[in-house]
Design a protein around this ligand. Sequence first.
Ligand code: SF4
Length: 488
Amino acid sequence: MDQFVLICPEKHFYELSTLIREFFPLCEVLPRRAEGRGGLVLTEDETAGELYDETGKVLYSRRVDETFDNYQGEASKNRAKLVIYRLMADYLEQEGLPWGILTGVRPTKIAYAYLEQGLSVPDIIRILTDHYLLRLDKAVLCAKVAFAERRLMEDQRGEDVSIYVGIPFCPTRCSYCSFISSDSRAFQKYSEAYLTALIKEIREAGPVLSGRRIRSFYMGGGTPTTLEPDQMKRLLSECEAAFHISGLKEVTVEAGRPDTITLEKLQVLKEAGVGRISINPQTMVQETLDRIGRKHTVQQVEEAFALARSLDHFIINMDLILGLEGEGMEEVETTMKAVSRLKPDNLTVHTLAVKRSSRMNEEGDGAKYLKENPLALAELMDRMIRLSADTARSLGLFPYYMYRQKNMAGNFENVGYARAGTEGIYNIEIMEERQSIAAFGAGGVSKVYTPAENRIERVPNVKGIEQYISRIDEMIQRKKEGFCQHDR
Ligand code: SF4
């Protein structure tokens, strides 16, 4: 289905259209009756709905009498979602969706709030299954992750800040990429000018954070290890001067592409106090790596991993993606076996999300892939996720953070697993939004948190590399104003 009309109270339109897209991935939801389009009408009192076809003929109607008072102040919205959910699942003769009526990016937020109200984990699981209609395994995952997050964030204060530094270069661009990243030609052309601008931003805007406790430091992108060793050294010494990173508990640098990792770069990271790196194969199947444009080999992943391990210093994370085009159970089994041999400390398992800005979507393949038979895809994805969870468990890794995205294959989730004591708190900070993040570099979005109002204000840098370089003074000013305003 390409287009679907939804007639409902305006205040619910966004949430309800997201729920409808969970049944029909990537379909466009229109807010008013359109000629020749089928759709759904929700009654004003939000207790019933009816589905109609392109001619306006009613196909199915459903009334929902369940009422729950335990909806964290969102009873009206959740009640409307319940009606839509029951109607769609019954009409399509589906068992329902694994995440029930939850459509948000951070499902753990709800479980977290119940924990803070003093509810026990079993009680929370019951509410999630009975009121939010989560499948039992998802409710258990959600409650467990919220519990882990709460333990890990115990000492967090609203005035804390974490630092993000973005390096927007990669050797090539992956087909599913929606990040700010440019390939090696851009690197040749801009890396020095970019670094100069970035260092200027760190030097001039960094002092605006003085007086705040810095909780963690994260360098991502892109692929930061695209930088040459001397460039990385220069950048990290600026970060040391501005943020004293060597004294922080958590300092992470993404070394995502194995073809950018060398012993010299790893030594630079180690000497600067970087304790965590990510080596991200996404899959350990060569044909898939070639298809998605990563231009590195499985062997390079294994060699980079062995090299990093040989320094006996880093906590190593590996990112995987389930649902890559052309992959079935066999390919995922191959990847899981390879990962089990390597034994990373952290494993982050993503389910494929087709982002609007990715090459996959622009060229149409991703959209087609997701729209064709979403139920079969969901069933396959479910099996892949179970296998990845079993693999993580067998490696002694436990789920500690998670989030969902729009247009995810099968409407599932991304989960971070870690060996106890190696969890990456930055991953939780970015999701839970209970402190500030100061983001430096092109495309970085700083989040200024006001504890008294539990409110986040976003202060974005421009995305384009050229723009970032030419408008660096404006970026510095924006950041100063964003953080100073809050302090006032
Ligand atoms: S490695 Fe990551 S940031 Fe770089 S192109 Fe691939 S998905 Fe994008």
